[in-house]
Design a protein. Structure first.
Lengths: 319, 446, 349
């Protein structure tokens, strides 16, 4: 985390030029750049930091004095976290919501990535008529507002599909934890356009000769996809995975509609929104609640940051 | 004991038949009503016969209130075997239509807006209440209340909880120290305000920020004042669009409210000037009453829950409320309030049993005993209400002289009552003049 | 903290089912595509052998098989998109020509309403401001920072801090900033950082979110704060990928840092920049939670997505809400056209 050298790799780039590049850049290292960039980074973090400090301050302090006075007059309490995590006699509940969040997030990340990479490969490397238009269409679908898709999708789950009076697909009729399936389905649908867009960007720029060579050897598309493309796009998959993870983990709307608010299915965000919402603008609960909810995405991001950077890099630059 | 057992046997065999009865007596893993025949369950006899059935309820009640709610019908569940699955959400108003349109409606919803209830009736989603529920509701609630859940002559559900909005919160302690007395007429209220203002303290504090519902506390102000200046008839015409929203009588009321709310001498104690009302959250708006930075805060009975922990809410305590005085005594004792209605999207018998039960006096008393709850239910025994403010509210609601009117913004179409009216009030506080604001709102009412 | 593990078991079971389903669907699809064609290939080989033995012309059946592959690769995506997005989009478009209860056709009334109502026109203008400023400023900041940090020490720590807001939900971010913009009356102790700064500089505290158009800009700051990290990470990665020999050659030629940036850095990172701008633009068009949490669209700060939600879900005005959604589709057209041109160029090149 605090190493001075830029350790981030360069995806498909071989290692040798990197070290040379690093050497070149090292010469350019300048003190002003370091200072300015650190100052900016700290500036960027102040709002979050203020919230963080506030989350440890007692209620009346939060409401009457600024968080910076904490350093003059430190009054420290875990009460806010106590309230958020174990309030209203339902101790152990938050853990339950936490598990719900995990159960919702993991498949909701895996499905769209797998489907999108298959689709992106087909759109980039298989010749068929209308593929450009298909790609543009999928790209444009990114703008469909989630909110407008809620009712039709909910109807799809709860009443099935009927065409001209004939029941084509039955209602799902899910109860309790089975409702996770609905949430996975919804998140997968909503994630696909963006995932296809990014992955297409990436896959279409893989070197064509690689594919040609494989084709000449008689490899089929599934084989090329599995043995050549997949290993090359792993960093990109990780990057999109992080995005999707952040999005699903932080989502409130989709979960509210498709999972409901009970402790069988509702994720952390729903619970925290309730905590903060019931008694309104209670800074002390909001502050602690916000921090509880960002801990996991933060850990995920920091631990996968390396892949993230590599993935996006390789996607945007011709290998 | 023997009596109870034989009753149990009777009930079980009578209702479910011998074969099922045997199964129920066994160690069923289902949530069965094994207490069904015990003495404490006698009161629930008429609701029995739906053992093992589930009823889902959706409402905006959550957190501690939610737990109290669940506790309040626990005995009913145990005795009838009906499992009530309650879900509360802060997004209730927006999510309910989505769920209903998506074919995923709850069995019962506690709807706090008659306007929203009417919308569901118009789209044919709500089921009329059963004859039993209707009879129970008519027994326990005044016609004033029932008309709000009656659409085109059909009755759709009884009221549940209620609140009284015509309250001004104050600190009995401070009043005693300063020698102020609780005003009982409008003139006394203004005189007191002037007196406090002259002493260098801004007498009133207010806040209308409330997340995506910002503005509603100001609409309550207007409604409360209109009910006093115009009287209940004008008020009824206004809420049903019988007179335009920008009728001169309404403008008078808004301006009258403005003599307090937009008076820099009067507001906003503890926060700043008039404009700070718009950004002060309604939850913290009353807090300066405790510190003496403000003396008067007009807000509903449920504001009792907003005071900081350890605050004594009582006539001789840290804070208490007095009735927002009438302006014209000839027009009676107008009271503005709100509440929620138990409406059903399905008509299975167990749902109707729950609806009937929630309309009963037994339920009202059971819930009231747990605390922090007010209802207009006539069977509610005031001695079962622990909290002094709630006692005061119940007293007002049960008072024969009270002219009760429902919160007008909840009666109007949502686009107005939860849209342009709220937004208009925010703009009004933020400096827009009365006429423009009222014209804008009228223009949005189609 | 007591914790009943048994009660959680069904969830883990469900999660396991989900993972099994994942492996079955994806693995099954790949396996199917692998095995079936091989089987066909064998048969054709046999056929070829037979044909060769018979001396007839070899059958060429390559094209249709390509299409079949594409079909199966795209099948899950297309099915899900149809159910989850295409049908809703079509439905929304239809609803936009109907009344509030979606029972009668009203033609273009909802669109006329959109442009006639002052407050809605304001919403459209606000959205325009958002979609012009956010991608531009967020990308610019991200780019500058990426260039800067490239030469700095503590690079990865600094980058993590800039990226941090991305991990916070929009609602969380809006709460954080509401805290920054908080106001207490003159003479009282401020709890909002911005007002504290103003006061300590001798100014008077302000209610930042009340005054238009400053308030819209302050909300835009929140979005930039979130998105700049994304731009920075992508662009920084792109900069690092510029081959070292190019940089070295340029340095030997004596190019200044300024020239270097415009002649070498910019052209090299162009594809990355496009991804960034497009992605941020779309995210900005759909921005909803920030405005809703911070002001709920009061004081002339509303944007299309927020107004659409209010109209369709809170006010029960399905027609008007849908019309606003359709207008969002229209706003994204320039991006679509640009994307088409890009794709053409790529295919030709």
């Amino acid at each position: 985390m605090t190493t001075a050298t830029p350790t981030v790799g360069t995806g498909v780039q071989p290692a040798a030029p990197l070290t040379r590049a690093a050497r070149v850049r090292k010469r350019l290292n300048s003190r002003t750049a370091t200072i300015v960039s650190i100052v900016l980074a700290l500036l960027w973090t102040i709002p979050t930091f203020g919230l963080f400090v506030s989350s440890f301050r007692p209620e009346n302090q939060i409401k009457t004095t600024g968080w910076w006075t904490f350093f003059r007059d430190p009054q420290f309490t875990f009460q806010n976290y106590q309230d958020v995590l174990f309030s209203s006699g339902s101790s152990g509940q938050l853990a339950s919501y936490f598990i719900n969040s995990l159960a919702i997030t993991i498949p909701s990340v895996l499905f769209p990535i797998a489907f999108a990479s298959l689709a992106a490969y087909a759109l980039a490397w298989i010749n068929f008529r209308g593929r450009d238009w298909l790609y543009i269409g999928i790209f444009a679908l990114q703008i469909v507002p989630l909110q407008m898709a809620l009712v039709p999708l909910l109807r799809f789950f709860s009443t099935g599909v009927t065409i001209a009076g004939v029941q084509v697909l039955p209602a799902w009729d899910l109860v309790d934890e089975q409702k996770f399936a609905q949430v996975w389905f919804a998140h997968t649908c909503f994630a696909l356009p963006f995932a296809v867009y990014l992955l297409h960007n990436f896959i279409s720029q893989l070197p064509g000769d690689l594919m040609e060579a494989a084709r000449v050897d008689g490899a089929t598309h599934p084989k090329i996809f599995r043995t050549i493309v997949l290993p090359l796009i792993t960093p990109a998959l990780a990057a999109i995975g992080i995005f999707q993870f952040l999005w699903v983990w932080n989502d409130l709307l989709v979960a509210l509609i498709f999972a409901g608010g009970g402790d069988e299915t509702a994720p952390l965000t729903v619970r925290l929104a309730e905590l903060a919402g019931t008694r309104g603008n209670e800074w002390q609960r909001l502050t602690a609640g916000a921090f509880v909810s960002i801990v996991v995405p933060l850990i995920v991001f920091l631990s996968l940051q390396r892949y993230f950077v590599r993935g996006l890099l390789a996607g945007s630059v011709k290998g | 004991m023997a009596f109870a057992r034989s009753r149990q046997a009777l009930a079980v065999t009578g209702v479910l038949g011998l074969a099922l009865g045997v199964a129920a007596c066994g160690t069923g893993n289902d949530k069965k009503s094994d207490k069904a025949g015990s003495a404490e369950c006698a009161a629930y006899e008429k609701y029995q016969g739906h053992d093992g059935k589930k009823v889902s309820i959706y409402s905006s009640i959550r957190d501690i209130e939610d737990e109290r709610l669940q506790q309040s019908w626990k005995e009913f569940e145990d005795c009838t075997g009906i499992e009530i699955d309650h879900e509360g959400s802060g997004e209730f108003e927006a999510q309910l239509p989505v769920r209903v349109d998506g074919g995923n409606a709850p069995d019962i919803a506690f709807i706090p807006q008659p306007g929203l209830l009417k919308r569901f009736v118009d789209s044919g989603k709500l089921k009329p209440a059963s004859a039993d529920t209707k009879a129970m509701a008519e027994q326990n609630y005044s016609p004033d209340w029932l008309k709000y859940s009656t659409v085109n002559g059909q009755f759709y559900g009884a009221p549940l909880g209620s609140n009284v909005k015509s309250f001004v919160w104050y600190s009995p302690k401070t009043f005693k120290e300063k020698g102020w007395s609780v005003p009982t007429t409008w003139q006394e209220l203004i005189d007191l305000s002037d007196k406090i203002a002259a002493s260098g303290t801004k007498p009133w504090c207010a806040g209308i920020e409330s997340g995506d519902a910002t503005g509603w506390p100001a609409t309550d102000w207007i409604e409360d004042v209109l009910l006093r200046t115009g009287g209940p008839e004008v008020y009824d015409k206004w809420t049903t669009h019988g007179i335009p929203f920008n009728d001169p009588q309404v403008a008078t009321a808004v301006n009258q409210a403005g003599t307090i709310l937009k008076n820099e001498k009067y507001v906003n104690g503890g926060f700043g000037g008039v404009k700070s009302i718009a950004t002060t959250s309604f939850q913290e708006a009353g807090a300066p009453v405790l510190t003496g930075k403000c003396a008067l805060h007009r807000q509903a009975s449920f504001y009792a829950n907003q005071w900081a922990k350890g605050t004594k809410v009582a006539e001789d305590g840290d804070v208490f409320a007095f009735y927002f005085p009438a302006i014209d005594p000839a027009k009676g004792k107008p009271v503005l309030g709100g509440g929620e209605f138990v409406a059903a999207f399905a008509d299975r018998p167990e749902i109707q049993a729950v609806q009937t039960y929630l309309a009963s006096g037994e339920y009202a008393n059971s819930r009231a005993k747990i605390g922090d709850w007010v209802s207009a239910n006539k069977k509610l025994d005031i001695n079962n209400v622990p909290n002094p403010v709630d006692k005061l509210s119940v007293g007002i609601l049960q008072d024969e002289k009270t002219v009760f009117r429902f919160d007008g913004s909840d009666l109007m179409p949502a686009a107005v009552g939860a849209g342009t009216f709220w937004k208009g009030m925010v703009a009004w506080i933020n400096g827009k003049d009365t006429t423009t604001v009222l014209n804008d709102i009228e223009g949005s009412w189609k | 903290m007591e914790f009943d593990f048994a009660a959680e078991q069904p969830k883990f079971l469900m999660l396991m089912y989900g993972l099994i389903a994942f492996v079955a669907v994806v693995g099954g699809l790949l396996l199917l595509l692998d095995v079936v064609p091989t089987w066909f290939a064998r048969r054709r080989e046999a056929q070829l052998v037979a044909v060769a033995a018979g001396g007839g012309p070899a059958p060429r059946r390559r094209k249709p098989r390509e299409g079949a592959f594409a079909f199966f690769f795209l099948l899950p995506t297309l099915l899900l998109l149809t159910v989850g997005l295409v049908i809703p989009a079509v439905r929304t478009t239809l609803l936009s020509f109907m009344d509030s209860g979606s029972t009668e056709w009203v033609g273009l009334d909802n669109y006329a309403w959109m442009f006639a109502e002052d407050s809605i026109v304001r919403v459209l203008l606000n959205t325009l401001v958002w979609v012009l400023l956010v991608p531009l400023l967020a990308s610019a900041f991200g780019l500058i920072y990426a260039v800067l940090v490239d030469k700095a020490r503590f690079e990865s720590a600094a980058k993590s801090l800039i990226f941090l807001p991305m991990a916070i939900s929009f609602v969380g971010a809006a709460i954080i900033w509401k805290f920054v913009y908080a106001y207490r009356g003159d003479g009282q102790e401020q709890i909002g950082l911005l007002n504290q700064i103003v006061v300590s500089l001798g100014g008077e505290p302000k209610q930042w979110l009340l005054d238009s158009p400053l308030n819209t800009l302050l909300l835009i700051v929140i979005m930039i704060w979130i998105q700049a990290g994304f731009a920075m990470v992508v662009l920084s990665a792109a900069i690092k990928a510029i081959p070292a020999d190019i940089i070295e050659a340029a340095r030997l030629d004596g190019t200044t840092a300024w020239q270097m940036f415009w002649r070498i850095t910019m052209p090299s990172i162009r594809p990355a920049l496009i991804v960034v701008v497009v992605t941020i633009s779309i995210a900005t068009l759909k921005v909803f939670d920030i405005v809703r949490t911070a002001t709920n669209g009061n004081y002339d700060t509303s944007v299309i997505a927020n107004e659409m939600y209010n109209q369709a879900f809170r006010y029960g005005e399905n027609g008007q809400g849908s019309a606003l959604a359709v207008f969002l589709f229209v706003l994204v057209l320039p991006l679509v056209i640009y994307q088409i041109r890009n794709l053409r160029k790529q295919r030709e090149g």
